[in-house]
Design a protein around this ligand. Structure first.
Ligand code: SIN
Ligand code: CO
Length: 414
């Protein structure tokens, strides 16, 4: 993490967002998508078929150097994995890894994967910004992989959409749309039993491959290489259902209780006869439970609240960095009016017609409708825009609170 100066911590890192770093507008053709506009890409390729894009980001450099990536893999709060294929045997280890626990770059056939690099580094986060032509609610993370010559994770498939962006060195990708997705048994990672590649390319820095879910693929490094995977989450129906039911339970499903001074409605069975087989589950009891469950109701607004709260929840390893010496509200306002404010790279801010969802918390949009959608969409408000808000003490108090929690920062980050 960059060092911060003690007085005005964020100013040292404040830089302007250049237009090339922002995501392209929906109808603007862009090299990022091989000359297609995001609208055309979404219609023709998204979730449908692979797309190879030569020089999607010409002149790109790896957001982190090899040593910086290795340093990240040494941190406790960073999710990392080491995959080796020594003597034709796949092995997987979970991080953190001290530098001397990693094989040397000269050793062939190993790869280090660092998940969620965007949560730990602003340059990695800036790369994600370019992919915000898809909704934030779908954007998951930026994984950076380093591979020595011949390294890779083996032929496999993913259950999510991914952009595989080559940022250093070369990688040979082979892909196939096979139906047989059975896996080799007894391995520590998911390797396809019968990989049948149909296409093959060598990607160089700046080239990018988009893959929808379930396309078989295998990327093998040709010399040392680094690849950034921009991944999109696709929760399974089972996960969605269980999370929603959990959310519903937390919120309380007992409508009668709320009208009854909080007393829960109790299970009742005044007609229960005496039994000769006490261990037997009475069918009438099951019927009564079934009737209770059939009365559980939820509205579209409940579903919105659940989706917004759930998808804006930070990952479990996220810890916000509150400023060491926070400015008081007046000094915060003066500085924000000059330099603007930016969402911290870890902050997730979503909104719908009624509510906004900030790092898992739902609040009403009503009072903040004039400025919050702009902050959420752009992830920053410049000084001029901030000045227009600064006469409202409720707004400045709220933003100061977010600043003290480390959810927003002063300045505009590139
Ligand atoms: C990698 O970067 O090595 C693996 C990415 C992937 O295949 O999904
Ligand atoms: Co993959």
């Amino acid at each position: 993490m960059p060092k911060r100066s003690p007085d005005h911590p964020e100013d040292a890192r404040a830089r302007r967002v250049t237009p090339s770093l922002a995501s392209p507008a929906p109808d603007t053709p862009t090299p990022l998508l091989g000359g297609l506009s995001p609208a055309q890409f979404m219609k023709k390729y998204w979730q449908k078929k692979p797309l190879l894009i030569r020089q999607a980001i010409p002149g790109i450099e790896a957001p982190l150097s090899r040593d910086e990536l290795f340093a990240l893999a040494d941190q406790d709060d960073v999710e990392s994995r080491l995959i080796t294929h020594f003597r034709k045997r796949w092995a997987l280890e979970q991080g953190p890894f001290a530098p001397d626990e990693l094989p040397t770059p000269k050793t062939r056939q190993w790869t280090l994967l660092v998940q969620g690099a965007d949560l730990h580094d602003d340059r990695a986060r800036a790369l994600l910004e370019r992919f915000r032509f898809a909704p934030d609610a779908r954007l998951d993370d930026l994984m950076i992989s380093y591979a020595s010559d011949g390294g890779g994770v083996g032929p496999h498939f993913d259950s999510y959409d991914v952009f595989l962006l080559q940022v250093h060195g070369k990688r040979r990708w082979r892909i196939g749309a096979q139906r047989d997705l059975s896996l080799q048994e007894g391995l520590p990672l998911k390797i396809l039993a019968n990989f049948e590649p149909e296409e093959e390319w060598v990607l160089e820095p700046g080239d990018m491959l988009y893959l929808p879910p379930h396309i078989a693929h295998d990327g093998v490094a040709e010399g040392e290489c680094m690849t950034c995977s921009i991944g999109f989450r696709s929760p399974s129906t089972t996960e969605l259902t269980s999370q929603f039911l959990y959310w519903l339970a937390e919120r309380g499903t007992d409508a009668a209780a709320s009208q009854n001074a909080g007393n829960p409605t109790l299970y009742r069975d005044p007609d229960q006869p005496a039994v000769a087989h006490p261990a037997q589950l009475p069918p009438a009891l099951v019927e009564r439970v079934s009737a209770v469950l059939a009365k559980v109701r939820w509205s579209d607004a409940d579903v919105s609240s659940f989706v917004g709260s759930w998808l804006s929840e930070p990952k479990s390893n996220v810890v916000f960095d509150a400023p060491e010496k926070p400015l008081d509200e007046a000094r915060f306002v003066a500085r924000a009016a000059k330099n603007g404010i930016t969402l911290d790279r870890r902050t997730i801010l979503l909104y719908d017609a009624r509510s906004y969802y900030l790092n898992g918390e739902r609040c009403l949009l009503k009072e903040v409708r004039k400025w919050l959608p702009a902050l959420a969409d752009n992830r920053f408000l410049d000084g001029k825009r901030f000045v227009t808000l600064s006469h409202d003490s409720c707004v400045t108090a709220l933003l100061h609170e977010w600043y003290c929690a480390g959810w927003i920062r002063l300045g505009v980050l590139a």
